[in-house]
Design a protein around this ligand. Structure first.
Ligand code: ADP
Ligand code: MG
Length: 611
């Protein structure tokens, strides 16, 4: 699908969400009283915040407890910028002269707030998102606590824990709507964009994402910064809606509310954020009334503090139990807006240009006391198929991890076409033309089969969206997966998943492909088919393969040359026939005692060695 058409589809998807919001705004503005108008305005502000949070947390998969800090900063910064001079002089007498003399309008203040909080967000986000996983989540919690402390501590600017008063109430339904609509469109567009799709892939499996050339940290910093800016805008609107606020407004209560909206609705979609915001706002409105005690047919219920929070937690639990992905795992309208996949350019040329060789030079790798590899040197020449065999734990996967940039060696070098790639991050190795698969399959299970391959194709610097789609379709066809293009990758059977992983790695158009046990779990028919596919692939494209497998029949028939590892050391290298006769190899595979009794000419294949 051409990128302009893709953008169009995203924007129409966004408009579908905006239209009911606009209709409701008209309804509340002209047909109801001030109380409902205020509730709706507050809902729109919350919606902006939750969509902002979703751009980061939804796409990256890292739950953030810290974004309410950006809302708080947005409120205070914009409040200081718009506060009337007279109020400022009495309420904030110690303000620096530069700020004391400013009384801006809301638009200018909003812009300045979004930019300044965005810069702060980018700086603080860089180290947080680098951590990833649970550490990043805990760091976001730290951010919330620290910013809360700073707001209280910087009393010259914020009046400390006292209320910040006198902000002009300029946010009404229309102001909130005017910001909410473009932000919904932006979030919807971002989600479907190349970057959004790459970030969502990394959410599924970070290591696999890096192995197809995605610079995960860069994508996360981008999304984090955009989301911090949107939350700051929500904060500015909130300040000019409330008129007065204190630091406690921007703490755990609102964090819980926002996260509930996101989790209940469905983290990964804008439709989910919207639906979650509606449900949670309604629930909170009802529970707040019940909390204060209500008149039930003449019987006054007691006051029940904490009921709102308990209700929200119950909502999260219920949704997690019934629908872990939230209510909307797909965007509203996605199914019928998205046209059928493009027809592949059948048989387009996939050949790769030989540029040098892949060299592992005297690599050593230690894992806290355990020497997994010692002084290992292996060279893979253009168009060559090299087999890497050895008993379990001999260091085969570790060697692949060194080459692909997942690990770096303690000593030795990795050279890709002459360039020293020893310390390159995994995504750079991938972009330099080295693709890989994983011993324990690592697909993006919740993305479609087509998306898995297409996203990999988009990481190529020269790839347009159209050519990425066409290449993905062609690769699926070559691996017999075209019939499953629309299915989720996680739903495929084992053999198909392994083939899909190879197709995904090939979407990088690599010159070298590293396969870690591609035939594991396959029956003989499947592994014969794989053998034919790999041999044909090499013949047609000139790609070089480094293949690890325990299927000796496959390795002996497929490979030009075999390298044997034992206890982290290369014990033999040579043609399949030589390796089968090598006494050291036979000993490593079947043990010293039996080796003494077995004639050296015994082939490993005949022994049926399955280490
Ligand atoms: P193979 O793929 O040949 O079965 P591996 O490369 O996976 O072997 O492992 C080689 C040795 O290194 C094993 O003893 C394994 O336990 C150890 N090892 C591998 N990865 C790690 C790691 N990340 N941390 C600690 N030890 C590891
Ligand atoms: Mg292994």
């Amino acid at each position: 699908m051409p990128s302009a058409q893709r953008t169009g589809v995203s924007l129409v998807g966004g408009l579908i969400l905006c239209l009911p919001l606009i209709a409701l705004a008209l309804l509340f503005e002209f047909l109801t009283g001030a109380a409902l108008q205020r509730t709706y305005t507050l809902f729109l502000i919350n919606l902006i915040a939750v969509i902002g949070l979703g751009i980061f947390s939804g796409n990256s998969g890292i739950l953030s407890f810290g974004h309410v800090a950006f809302i708080g900063l947005g409120a205070y910064v914009s409040g200081i910028l718009t506060l009337p001079l007279a109020t400022k002089a009495s309420a904030l007498p110690h303000l620096p002269a530069m700020l004391a003399g400013i009384e801006w309008g809301l638009p200018a203040a909003l812009l300045a707030t979004v930019i300044s909080v965005g810069i702060f967000g980018a700086l603080i986000g860089a180290p947080i998102v680098r951590m990833g996983g649970a550490a990043a989540v805990i760091a976001t919690l730290g951010l919330l606590l620290i910013v809360h402390g700073i707001i209280i501590g910087a009393s010259d600017f914020t009046r400390g824990s006292n209320a910040f008063l006198g902000v002009a109430k300029k946010t009404d339904i229309w102001v909130a709507l005017a910001i909410a609509v473009p932000i919904i469109l932006l979030a919807r567009w971002y989600r479907d964009s190349r970057r959004g799709a790459q970030l969502r892939a990394s959410r599924e499996d970070e290591l696999a994402a890096r192995a197809i050339g995605i610079d995960v940290v860069k994508m996360r910093i981008g999304a984090w910064t955009i989301s911090a800016m949107i939350c700051a805008a929500a904060g500015a609107l909130l300040a000019h809606f409330l008129g007065a606020f204190s630091p406690s407004k921007f703490y755990f209560d609102d964090t819980l509310t926002l996260l509930t909206m996101l989790i209940v609705g469905g983290m990964t979609t804008v439709s989910g954020a919207l639906c979650g915001a509606v449900l949670v706002t309604l629930t909170v409105e009802i529970l707040r009334r019940v909390e204060g005690g209500v008149d039930l047919f003449g019987w006054q219920t007691p006051e029940m503090f904490g009921m709102t929070q308990a209700g929200l937690c119950l909502m999260i639990l219920l949704v997690m139990y019934r629908r872990p992905a939230g209510l909307f795992a797909r965007e509203i309208g996605e199914r019928w807006l998205r046209p059928a996949p493009a027809v592949p350019h059948a048989g387009s040329d996939l050949s790769v240009a030989a540029a040098g060789e892949l060299t592992i030079e005297a690599a050593t790798k230690d894992f806290s006391g355990l020497r997994a590899l010692e002084n290992v040197s292996v060279t893979v020449r253009p168009g060559e198929i090299v087999g890497l065999i050895g008993p379990n734990g001999s260091g085969k996967t570790t060697l692949l991890n060194l080459v692909s940039g997942v690990l770096s060696p303690n000593a030795g070098r990795i050279l890709i076409d002459g360039a020293d790639a020893t310390r390159w991050p995994a995504h750079k190795v991938a972009q330099a033309g080295v693709g890989r698969t994983f011993q324990n399959i690592r697909l993006f299970g919740h993305l479609s089969v087509l998306e898995n391959v297409e996203i990999a194709a988009t990481t190529r610097a020269d790839g347009s969206a159209e050519s990425a789609r066409a290449l993905a379709c062609q690769l699926l066809a070559e691996f017999g997966l075209e019939g499953s293009a629309g299915r989720l990758a996680g739903e495929l059977d084992y053999g198909a998943q392994r083939r899909l992983e190879i197709a995904r790695a090939l979407a990088l158009r690599p010159r070298y492909l590293l396969l870690d046990e591609p035939a594991a779990g396959m029956n003989p028919t499947e592994s014969n088919q794989l053998l034919a596919e790999l041999a044909e692939l090499r013949r047609r494209t000139g790609i070089a393969l480094l293949v690890i497998d325990h299927d000796m029949s496959l390795i002996m028939r497929l490979c030009d040359r075999i390298v044997v590892l034992n206890r982290g050391q290369v014990i033999a290298q040579g043609k399949p026939a030589e390796i089968q006769r090598d006494p050291a190899v036979i000993e490593a595979y079947i043990g010293r005692k039996r080796a003494a009794r077995v004639p050296t000419a015994t082939s490993l294949q005949m022994q049926g060695a399955t280490p």
